[in-house]
Design a protein around this ligand. Structure first.
Ligand code: PGA
Length: 256
């Protein structure tokens, strides 16, 4: 894993955006895995400002709530169009977001996995992390080999996400999410985490044992993971000084 610690969330989001820009300049028909939540918003804003060509890019989102109408302001469909897709030249037919209202959920999930394969696999997957270590909506004890499927949120995640709704009762209990196995097949994973609330989950994911209790820890098995943090999210890392030393010593050609 490459751990990149920046003084602020803004500076860390800038690095994340530069990593994606580098990929899109090298591979204009890249397949990107997208994430929602508060964390990637500033990186998406920076990508919009970079005015890149998205006309040949394909995207697959990590997850979606089950049962929310697509046009609900808190659906991840609405989130992606509001925060990124409406502001770039991506073709709507190249955008894939799980259908939380699919009549046959298992069939939808199998088709979603097949569509990722047909697209040639995901070049770069953007990830956030839950305060409980969930990645996508793979809650603790998710199989580390799991594929796209329906999951039940933990009470903690429902509480964490209640800030986007009028009350916790309105947060759907069920979601469709790519699995940890799906995420591990992306060619590169870009994990962003900002704030003190994420520090324990990040320490577990980066330095803890690989365990389904912190599903993001499965990323330790992946060959290309970049973790963009602010100081607060990095505050429980035991080897933070080493990560800074590595980043500061990068040769110029390796910089973003
Ligand atoms: P957040 O969510 O970015 O809103 O903190 C991250 C997540 O739940 O994966």
């Amino acid at each position: 894993m490459e751990i990149i610690i920046q003084p602020t969330a803004e500076a860390s989001a800038e690095i994340g955006a530069r990593i994606i820009r580098k990929l899109l300049l090298e591979k204009p028909d890249a397949v990107l895995g997208m994430a929602t939540g508060s964390t990637p918003v500033s990186m998406y804003r920076k990508l919009i400002e970079m005015d890149l060509d998205w006309s040949r890019v394909t995207t697959f989102n990590l997850d979606e709530y089950v049962g929310l109408p697509q046009e609900h302001p808190q659906s991840y469909h609405s989130f992606m169009w509001e925060n990124l897709f409406s502001h770039i030249n991506i073709k709507p037919e190249n955008v894939h977001i799980p259908d939380g209202n699919a009549a046959d959920v298992p069939k939808f999930c199998a088709d979603y996995e097949a569509a990722i394969k047909r697209a040639g696999g995901i070049d770069l997957q953007v990830l956030g992390i839950g305060s409980d270590g969930h990645s996508g909506f793979n809650e603790p004890t998710s199989s580390l080999a799991s594929r796209t499927r329906i999951k039940t949120l933990t009470e903690r995640t429902v509480r964490d996400n209640a800030r986007f709704f009028d009350s916790a009762e309105e947060v759907p209990r069920h979601v469709i999410t790519m699995g940890i196995g799906t995420i591990l097949e992306a060619r590169c994973n870009l994990l962003l985490a900002f704030g003190e609330n994420k520090a324990a989950a990040i320490a577990g994911a980066v330095e803890g044992p690989i365990t389904a209790n912190n599903p993001a820890s499965a990323l330790q098995l992946h060959p290309v993971v970049k973790v963009c943090l602010d100081e607060a999210a990095a505050s429980q890392l035991q080897r933070a000084d080493y990560y800074r030393w590595v980043y500061d010593g990068k040769p110029a050609w390796q910089r973003y």
